[in-house]
Design a protein around this ligand. Structure first.
Ligand code: 1DF
Ligand code: MN
Length: 351
């Protein structure tokens, strides 16, 4: 039986808990999803489930996603979460035509900004944008950061099978680097061109497909040379680094071997091994992984200053996991970095 009593208060534990991959969705966006006829099996699997299943999981996720008020604040209280970094849930704007995507981003950002203004001690926003139209995305990121006070950008995976490492998307990266805000590369289901074997086995969603696709996307961005061009740019990936830390040795060895042999002449020669970019341009959250071995491994591989806490509310709303993480047998200063100070630094929450 899971013990769902609220975890210890801040003063008793010596750190604030800042949850960094928390989701919301305006009712209007869910309505657009409901009416969308899309040839995208991943989207249909994910949102077909949440919008139609009578299960307690689906019903409570849909309700909680839309709430930026009393229920969310009570849930935070019940699980001892002091602060949420909130983004438009996946796939966000990235299933719409460019015009719809632009207006969804603006509307979602305005709604989230209002909640952040009402509860500045509780909420911080990540900026939605429409990568389908990079020029508009740059403008919306600038508006969200400069006028709405948002502290990061959300990129919800591929856009209908298009990954965002291509040069046409680099203005978005340039803007994020110039504004000094991180980009949270959040999962989406694998795209149509690769989802079939996942879907057949019921593995397309957060269970596995999300991680495979997001690890791939992060690697594509690294291998395209984005961080050689924008060395100060920071990405954040969830789910204990979408398995990339575990792959690191092999990625370094085999990508390096391929580069030296010029196996793929169309790919740029990177200035550094892949591990360099993981340690200098990537932050990792533990979203969905309340498991000390994976968290410690990430801390060892990319550095204790680069691993952050996330709950993934409302998809993994679990008080028992907060307690498990409180009780990790790691040094107290590492725990404080994990729950509080790394997030304060990367999202610039304190002046
Ligand atoms: C799920 C998981 C859905 C995560 C999400 O957004 C999400 C899920 C639509 O369990 O279906 O963000 N997650 O990050 O693990
Ligand atoms: Mn998530």
């Amino acid at each position: 039986m899971v013990n769902n009593d609220a975890p210890a208060r801040t003063a008793a534990r010596g750190y604030r808990r800042i949850a960094t991959e928390e989701a919301f969705a305006p009712a209007s966006v869910l309505e657009l999803y409901r009416n969308l006829k899309l040839d995208d099996p991943g989207f249909n699997s994910l949102w077909g489930f949440y919008l139609n299943s009578p299960s307690e999981r689906a019903v409570s996720v849909i309700r909680r996603l839309q709430d930026l008020g009393a229920e969310r604040l009570a849930d935070m209280e019940a699980t001892g979460i002091d602060h949420q970094i909130i983004a438009l849930t996946s796939p966000g704007t990235q299933v719409f035509d460019a015009a719809t995507a632009r207006s969804v981003a603006i509307e979602a950002n305005d709604i989230l900004a209002e909640a952040c203004r009402a509860h500045p001690d509780r909420y911080t926003g990540m900026a939605a944008m429409a990568p389908q139209d990079p020029a508009s995305a740059v403008k919306e990121i600038e508006r969200a950061v400069r006028q709405l006070g948002f502290k990061a950008v959300i990129l919800n995976g591929h856009t209908l099978g298009e990954y965002h490492d291509g040069a046409q998307y680099w203005p978005i990266f340039e803007a994020a680097e110039a504004l000094d805000v991180p980009i949270y590369l959040h999962p989406n289901a694998p795209p149509k061109q690769m989802i079939a074997p996942f879907l057949e086995a019921g593995l397309d969603g957060a269970v596995y497909g999300f991680g495979v696709d997001t690890g791939l996307h992060m690697l594509r961005i690294i291998c395209a040379g984005v961080f050689d061009r924008f060395p100060k740019l920071q990405f954040i990936i969830g789910h204990a680094g979408e398995a990339l830390p575990f792959w690191q040795y092999r990625l370094d060895y085999m990508y390096g071997a391929g580069q030296r042999a010029r196996r793929y002449p169309h790919m740029p020669l990177l200035a550094h091994p892949i591990s360099h970019y993981l340690a200098n341009n990537v932050y990792i959250t533990n979203s969905g992984v309340a498991w000390q071995p994976a968290i410690e491994f990430c801390q060892k591989v990319i550095g204790v200053d680069r691993v952050l806490y996330a709950m993934d509310y409302p998809y993994q709303f679990q008080a028992d996991e907060v307690r498990t993480l409180d009780e990790m047998s790691i040094p107290d200063d590492h725990k404080k970095k994990f729950f509080q100070t790394n997030a304060e630094r990367v999202f610039k929450l304190v002046d």
